[in-house]
Design a protein around this ligand. Structure first.
Ligand SMILES: N[C@@H](CCC(=O)N[C@@H](CS)C(=O)NCC(=O)O)C(=O)O
Length: 223
């Protein structure tokens, strides 16, 4: 790797995690700098047009924002591409990467649901999103088959959080999507996924869930 890379991060951010997984998978050396999103530093606002992490600073002076764009760059900077070789298959992968935004958004609504009715509604909507995803999967263990790629790294943070929730409260999101459930397990078991979070991730995530002061605050078993 001929470039220096610094990832500007926030400790619980699932979008940052996508890039960290790719960097670890490819064994690309990088620096990481955590910022406080409640008090964004001026230098960060200067380089991040949307004020969001992740931002990848390349060679100290080029700031790349948007996790999917960062991942595409990381795929292109190292061989082979972390996408199918066939352009149509590659486009299909990119379309499902875009689809992950729906799941990520619905997961956030579930995590912060104010009451049981809202929680059940978002759970149902998440289940529907997964049923659709189920039909797009190959035979496993990963999205395209044997090898994990960018589409996998995009979904892994979502599945990690769903698994945590499932361990502390009985969610039924994977009902009807057994292959997606297996895919989720394969992803969670990848070392680069396990290592892509901070060491106290579980405690942090648990406290973050409790901070929403909603349905899960009453229902979650201890971390
Ligand atoms: N579409 C963006 C989303 C990034 C994002 O929403 N990051 C959150 C943290 S997880 C953030 O920086 N939020 C700060 C804010 O919105 O002010 C991406 O994929 O990079």
């Amino acid at each position: 790797m001929d470039h220096s890379l610094k990832l500007v991060s926030f400790k619980l951010c699932p979008f940052v995690q996508r890039a960290v997984i790719t960097l670890l998978h490819r064994k690309i050396p990088f620096e990481i700098e955590y910022i406080d999103l409640a008090q964004k530093p001026a230098w960060f606002l200067e380089i991040s047009p949307l004020g969001k992490v992740p931002v990848l600073i390349v060679d100290d002076d080029k700031a790349i924002f948007e996790s999917s764009v960062i991942n595409e760059l990381l795929s292109e900077l190292s061989e082979p591409m972390l996408h199918p070789a066939d352009p149509i298959e590659r486009a299909i992968n990119r379309a499902w990467i875009a689809y992950a935004a729906q799941l990520q958004g619905m997961l956030y609504r579930l995590e912060s649901a104010p009451n049981e009715a809202a929680f059940l509604e978002y759970q149902q909507r998440l289940r529907k999103l997964l049923l659709r995803l189920e039909k797009a999967l190959a035979d496993g263990p990963f999205f395209n088959g044997e090898d994990p790629s960018l589409v996998d790294f995009t979904y892994a943070p979502i599945f990690m959080r769903l698994k945590y929730l499932h361990n502390h409260y009985p969610i039924t999101i994977f009902d009807g999507s057994p292959q997606t459930a297996e895919w989720a397990t394969s992803l969670i078991n990848l070392p680069e996924v396990a290592q892509s979070v901070v060491s106290d991730y579980k405690d942090r995530y648990h406290h973050w869930l409790l901070e929403h002061n909603g349905f899960l605050q009453q229902m979650l078993s201890p971390s």
